[in-house]
Design a protein around this ligand. Structure first.
Ligand code: KIV
Ligand code: ZN
Length: 510
């Protein structure tokens, strides 16, 4: 009998803790719907006490998603738990995830608590969370550096208090696979009531071992893995969902369990997350990187043509590659566009959003012969992003000529007022950015600028990602257009709008 391995996705919570990866409520709902379509079991939608925005995003996800369980994070504090309980009220199935640090260094330096006080707080938190839902997860933060005896004591106590999932985090990504696996089997053996809860793991990737550690834990009895799309997450990230899922699915000869994930939606979820956050997927990334299934060498190509299993251990189409059905073009109608959105798992909030996206699609189809799925994903991100911006692009003229200094004339709408300026620069993008900055005066620092071609061909849309920093706050912005200078301006404005919206947001682990 194959056990079920529960997939707990934390892209919207731990993933969002990557500097620059913050998402709006609508973006979170779009990602949550893509996760639901992929049949993710549990979606950690955010940390409701962190800010009003986080609270509303968890509420919106709880309302929009019906088939996955929705989880809210809380420290082991009454205020946090009550806020999470409130945000999850509308969920079909909810979970409260509460945590407190258990390593000697965290208890002494961060919490300034004695171990017994930590146990007391954990037990109280779990009992309070049970007043809102009968599905409560407890995490001893920094378990990977905690004393095993202490972990056994606190975990036994929280199970008695009503915790149904025990999540063991390697918070700082310090463990090695054999060590982490043996921690899980020791805990399962030594905790007397261990059979009353599901063991879960949450591994960080500081040593590049998050997936290996998670799989080792699964081999030793863990039946939930916490992971994120593309391995997004705090610092070096979390275990990548696509890698965990495909390792378990591909090596069914080794694992006594399998997930419920519909893997054909993996690639579109990866692209959605990368488009929204601006965290570009490296070409050689397993499963979802552009080269993951590309065979360059003649010997490999020859082998694959004769029998694909000579060099391929998975089928590209099983994770969503090569499924690009009919491309859309300028004669495609509204219904074809709407049904392609549905196939891509994109649900727009209203008929107005659909109309705006369709208008953009028509504009794009006029410029570009064939509109691919990737183009549609980018244009929807663009349409949704521009909905409530303070600063938007009205028009732009750029002049670039051999031997002449490029200049840009930019007209923006700033809080409803039209403003125009002209600036020169080292190149057309530099001139456009200087013009925008001279109007907005954001005093931000551009930390990253990158251009990628969304599809192939010289008429492809360029997708630009930028990262801006101001006073320690980092935001990213994206823009796509067949004209890369316009795409650059869109990306810059997208990031500026985020920097202009004030956020007062608590970090769960600080
Ligand atoms: O890394 C960590 O310890 C966490 C906890 C909140 C589970 O993200
Ligand atoms: Zn984490």
């Amino acid at each position: 009998m194959t056990d079920k391995l529960i997939i707990f996705d934390t892209t919207l919570r731990d993933g969002e803790q990557s500097p620059g990866a913050s998402m709006t409520k609508d973006e979170k709902v779009r990602i949550a719907k893509a996760l639901e379509r992929m049949r993710v079991d549990v979606i950690e939608a955010g940390f409701p006490i962190a800010s009003t925005g986080d609270f509303e995003a968890v509420q919106a996800v709880a309302k929009a998603v019906k088939d996955s369980r929705i989880c809210g994070l809380s420290r082991a504090l009454d205020t946090d738990i009550d806020r999470a309980g409130e945000a999850l009220k509308l969920a079909n199935a909810s979970r409260i995830h509460t945590f407190i640090a258990t390593s000697p260094i965290h208890m002494k330096m961060k919490l300034r608590m004695e171990p017994d006080q930590v146990i007391e707080n954990a037990v109280r938190a779990v009992k309070r969370a049970r007043q809102y839902t009968d599905d409560v997860e407890f995490s001893p933060e920094d378990a990977g550096r905690s004393e095993t005896d202490f972990l056994c004591r606190i975990l036994e106590a929280v199970i008695d208090a009503g915790a149904t999932t025990l999540n063991i985090p390697d918070t700082v990504g310090y463990n090695l696979p054999h060590q982490f696996g043996s921690l899980i089997s020791t805990l399962r053996e030594r905790i007397p009531n261990a059979d009353k809860a599901i063991f879960s793991v949450h591994c960080h990737n500081d040593l590049g071992l998050a997936v290996a550690n998670s799989l080792s834990a699964v081999m030793n009895g863990a039946r939930q893995v916490e992971c994120t799309i593309n391995g997004l997450g705090e610092r070096a990230g979390n275990a990548a969902l696509e890698e965990v899922v495909m390792a378990v699915r591909t090596r069914q000869d080794m694992f006594p369990c399998d997930t419920n994930i519909d893997t054909q939606y993996i690639l579109s979820a990866s692209r959605l997350v990368s488009g929204i956050t601006g965290f570009v997927v490296q070409p050689n990334k397993a499963i979802v990187g552009a080269n993951a299934f590309a065979h360059e060498s003649g010997i490999h190509q020859d082998g694959v043509l004769k029998n694909r299993e000579t060099y391929e251990i998975m089928r590209a189409e099983d994770v969503g590659w090569n499924t690009n059905r009919m491309v859309l073009g300028k004669h495609s109608g509204r219904n074809a566009f709407r049904s392609r959105l549905q196939e891509l798992g994109i649900e727009l909030a209203s008929e107005t959003d659909l109309n705006a996206a369709f208008t953009r699609f028509k504009e794009l189809a006029d410029k570009k012969h064939e509109v691919f799925d990737e183009d549609i994903q980018a244009l929807v991100s663009d349409t949704v992003a521009t909905a409530d911006e303070r600063v938007s692009l009205i028009s732009m003229k750029v002049c670039s000529e051999t031997g002449e200094t490029p200049f840009a004339t930019v007209t923006l709408s700033v809080d409803g007022r039209e403003v125009q300026t002209q600036m020169s620069g080292g190149g057309p993008v530099d001139a456009a950015y200087k013009a925008i900055e001279s109007i907005v005066q954001s005093q931000t620092e551009l930390q990253l600028y990158s251009v990628n071609s969304i599809t192939t061909g010289t008429d492809a849309q360029g997708e630009v990602s930028v990262r801006l920093e101001k006073g320690g706050r980092i935001v990213s912005g994206q823009g796509a257009d067949t004209d890369i200078v316009i795409a650059s301006a869109k990306a810059y404005l997208n990031a500026l709008n985020k920097i202009l919206s004030p956020v007062d947001r608590a970090h769960p682990q600080v």
